[in-house]
Design a protein around this ligand. Structure first.
Ligand SMILES: Nc1ncnc2c1ncn2[C@@H]1O[C@H](COP(=O)(O)OP(=O)(O)OP(=O)(O)O)[C@@H](O)[C@H]1O
Length: 253
């Protein structure tokens, strides 16, 4: 019998996960048998050289791409073989996303963007959920921008809206893909501190793909990928230590 993912304190898990692209002659093995769990209530960074499989791993864990082999769970739900309709529903209800390019809806104001996940789910937020949204908007410094459109906001403000939107439904897991890639370093640090705060204050589980040692230094745990495998699983590290480690990995490759 399988041990349930939540019994292990995990919010997501992959087992012997493989992913190959292309046909026999052009085949690329992006993931070559990964077994790893994302722990509940932690901010986990996924790092590794370009092409090591970070985005592929994140996309499969988030139900955006399908595995070639192995098993994938979100919470206690096995999602590896799910059809697109069920995956779409699951993503909508149980996962949040923060992307490098913010991905806000340009025609909606800030309040409309934050409430979009409810709209997409065909319902209005409950009064409890509205209280939560108001708390998020306040702690993310968005209260005096609620009727602004994305183009009227700075990059940092847009990313804060995306974070509020990702947290609004209290998803089991938030996936962040290079969330500070389009921000200057000071604004990037502010955004990372807010994400770290969501984990510390609200117990939000976050998995973040990044190249940036400074971004990864905000995480509680760092998974290092190389050539489609997890090669190191570390706790918190300082940025300089991460940068040195990455350099050693690249030299070894
Ligand atoms: N749709 C695709 N078709 C073919 N090959 C792909 C596809 N997506 C990814 N790959 C290949 O799979 C490997 C892993 O790619 P992936 O994007 O997961 O790496 P990454 O670590 O996220 O890289 P980066 O840091 O550059 O974004 C790479 O060799 C890449 O070229």
């Amino acid at each position: 019998m399988d041990i349930s993912t939540s019994d292990m304190g995990l919010v997501a898990r992959v087992e012997n996960l493989t992913k190959s692209y292309g046909t026999e002659r052009t085949r690329v093995d992006a993931l070559r048998g990964i077994t790893v769990g994302i722990r509940r209530g932690e901010f986990t960074a996924i790092m590794g050289p370009s092409g090591s499989g970070k985005s592929t791993l994140m996309h499969i864990m988030a139900g955006l791409d399908s595995p070639s082999g192995g098993r994938v769970w979100l919470g206690d739900t096995e999602i590896g073989g799910m059809d697109d309709t069920r995956l779409t529903l699951l993503r909508r209800r149980r996962v949040g996303f923060v992307f490098q390019s913010f991905n806000l809806v340009p025609t909606l104001d800030v309040a409309g963007n934050v409430e979009l996940p409810f709209e997409l789910d065909g319902r209005r937020p409950s009064s409890q959920e509205l209280d939560w949204i108001a708390e998020l908007e306040s702690s993310l410094g968005l209260v005096d921008r609620l009727s602004h459109r994305p183009h009227e906001l700075s990059g940092g403000q847009q990313q804060r809206v995306a974070i509020a939107r990702a947290l609004a439904t209290r998803p089991e897991l938030v996936f962040a893909d290079e969330p500070t890639g389009n921000l200057d370093s000071r604004t990037g640090r502010e955004v990372l501190a807010l994400m770290q705060g969501a984990t510390r204050q609200y117990g939000q589980s976050i998995a973040m793909v990044t190249h940036d040692p400074v971004a990864a230094s905000f995480a509680d745990r760092i998974l290092f990928l190389a050539d489609g495998l997890v090669v190191e699983d570390r706790g918190h590290m300082e940025a300089a230590e991460i940068a040195t480690f990455m350099l050693t990995m690249e030299q070894a490759a």
